[in-house]
Design a protein around this ligand. Structure first.
Ligand SMILES: Cc1cc2nc3c(=O)[nH]c(=O)nc-3n(C[C@H](O)[C@H](O)[C@H](O)COP(=O)(O)OP(=O)(O)OC[C@H]3O[C@@H](n4cnc5c(N)ncnc54)[C@H](O)[C@@H]3O)c2cc1C
Length: 418
């Protein structure tokens, strides 16, 4: 379904992009996503499964490279256009949209050298058959929230040992350890953006960011994890046993790691919030359509005042989510490498608000559908399960709120920009 956009400055190109993504989400993503949700993880991601057919179609249309500039082979979209298209795709599926965007994170890839861009980013952008699969790995079996709380004493505590470490040996880094079962696309990946510890004396802050292909001796990939929601997103471990990686593949070293991680979170958090907004809007659309056709006591549900109130509450949350996520993403995209101007508190607010809203909106959608809401015959029970995963993805909301509050306490009152 279409939505009204308050932005009076949308161009005909913005609207055309939105319509094309909306059609793809409705006609391709939603049906595949439901199919994958009902399969076992082994079936869903096996060679020849509908997942791979979907990826081929999405890569052909360029939906795997939305954030990349034209110089790298990307579409060169404005930040607003990226946000608009991402919300549409996530209307079709949160998990598949995440899967399309976990490969070689754009912000960090752009921080790489010309050589990194030539070797990794351009071939990724040129891929049209879904075969170039990247993953982003930071979470470890013993370290989830720990790895994201930049600025916190625990982030710099040398007494907290990491599960995955890189040690310089001649011209190579030697990597040992593992990343957690939460690595999106981990079991399918042939490339990785790896955040792992290099200097234990600095704790997690002593990490670095590597980019490399996974076809090296000592790399092993886990099995796809079985989950409550976002079942169309493949997740699993990546293991390293004395894996040698030339030092030219280190993009960011320990001296700049904390700032680079913050820059990364500034962009990924409102993007996760944007996907949650698309998911919530899908539930809103389903509930409204159902309320118009379901008759109880002689009238359609939609004529009942409590249903109208619920519909309004859902609408309010979807619209507020979009505005906050869009503003945080567009603003921070324009300042990625300018630490004094970045506003990570807005990105944290956007992600936590939109994902909480998605959980509430999908729950309300189930309530409006009554018994049908919990039946597999209707998509809202899937949307509810998918929404539950968003509160943990890219940093749990509780942790982000604690860290966000800490940042605000330290940085406010903030000056208006000149
Ligand atoms: C859909 C999805 C996709 C993901 N994709 C990736 C990926 O591509 N790559 C990757 O590396 N990881 C990925 N993750 C992992 C995700 O980033 C972690 O799950 C998240 O950071 C939380 O870590 P944890 O699960 O270990 O929970 P824990 O850190 O163990 O936290 C457990 C609970 O304790 C609370 N808690 C912990 N510390 C604090 C604190 N200091 N203050 C307040 N509360 C606290 C948390 O809020 C949470 O409620 C993904 C997760 C999901 C659900």
């Amino acid at each position: 379904m279409d939505y009204f956009d308050l932005n009076l400055n949308l161009t005909s190109e913005d609207i055309a992009l939105r319509e094309a993504a909306s059609k793809f989400a409705r006609e391709v993503m939603r049906p595949v996503s439901i199919q994958l949700d009902r399969m076992t993880p082994e079936e869903a991601f096996a060679k020849g499964s509908p997942y791979w057919d979907f990826m081929r179609q999405a890569y052909q249309l360029g939906y795997h490279k939305l954030p990349f500039p034209e110089d790298f082979g990307g579409p060169g979209l404005s930040p607003l256009q990226i946000q608009i298209v991402m919300e549409e795709l996530a209307w079709g599926s949160f998990g598949l949209t995440l899967a399309l965007n976990t490969s070689l994170d754009a912000a960090v890839a752009m921080a790489g050298t010309e050589e990194h861009i030539k070797e990794f980013t351009i071939p990724y952008c040129q891929c049209t058959d879904g075969s170039y699969v990247g993953c982003w790995a930071i979470t470890e079996p013993d370290h989830g929230s720990d790895t994201l709380v930049t600025g916190y004493p625990s982030f710099r505590d040398p007494n907290i040992p990491a599960n995955c470490r890189a040690r310089l040996d001649g011209d190579d880094y030697v990597i040992n350890g593992q990343k957690a079962a939460w690595v999106s696309a981990g079991p399918l990946a042939n490339h990785i953006l790896l955040m792992c510890q290099i200097d234990p004396a600095r704790g997690h802050a002593g990490s670095g960011i590597f980019i490399f292909s996974l076809d090296r001796p000592g790399v092993a990939l886990g099995k796809p994890l079985n989950k409550l929601g976002s079942r169309d997103l493949c997740q699993g471990e990546v293991y390293f046993d004395n894996v040698r990686v030339p030092k030219k593949y280190l993009i960011v070293g320990p001296e700049n790691y904390e700032a680079a991680l913050e820059a990364h979170l500034c962009l990924t958090l409102p993007m996760v919030g944007t996907w949650a907004t698309g998911l919530a809007r899908a539930a809103f659309d389903e509930a409204l359509a159902y309320a118009k056709q379901r008759v109880q006591g002689g009238k359609p549900l939609v004529e009942l005042s409590n249903i109208q109130q619920k519909i309004f509450d859902m609408f309010r949350k979807v619209e507020a989510s979009r505005q906050l996520c869009r503003a945080a993403f567009v603003y921070n995209w324009s300042q990625p490498f300018s630490p004094e101007k970045r506003a990570i508190e807005y990105s944290m607010a956007a992600k936590t608000f939109a994902t909480q809203a998605a959980l509430e909106v999908t729950s309300d959608a189930i309530q409006i559908l009554g018994g049908n809401g919990i039946s597999k015959e209707y998509v809202v029970e899937k949307l509810f399960r998918d929404a539950r995963t968003t509160l943990i993805c890219d940093g749990s909301n509780d942790t982000l709120s604690v860290v966000g509050g800490n940042k605000i306490a330290g940085a406010y009152p903030r000056r208006f920009q000149s």
